[in-house]
Design a protein around this ligand. Sequence first.
Ligand SMILES: [Cu+2]
Length: 139
Amino acid sequence: MVLGMAMPSQQFRTYTVGDATGWIPGVDYNAWAKGKHFVVGDSLVFMYPSGHTVDEVFENDYKNCTEGNPITRDDSGCTTIPFLTVGLRYFMCGSMGHCAQGMKLAVNVTAAPTPPALHLRRQRQPSRPPAPHSTTHLI
Ligand SMILES: [Cu+2]
């Protein structure tokens, strides 16, 4: 029974990009992402051999596969990207030519769904709910 729980725990997911294939040329990562629903609290994990990077890039650089202008870069072989805010995120490999060979991924991060129990409570009690206590994390 979950009824009556004050704060049902949110199940966050960690997605390994490309699953067992990892982050390598020749894969359609946007096909991999299709149908997945990324929310704040989820994480992406990129696994890759040496010679590749995970660059978070601006939209235009993503679209044009422009190398050398990353917002962040990692080449450790295992890069975790936690989703802390909603919005579109763009990733590509910074090694020459690899973006054009498929090493690019765009994801849309949405807000974590409100637990159903809260909806029910708000419908039954139209009085103003207490202010959320986590507003200080807004960037
Ligand atoms: Cu690469």
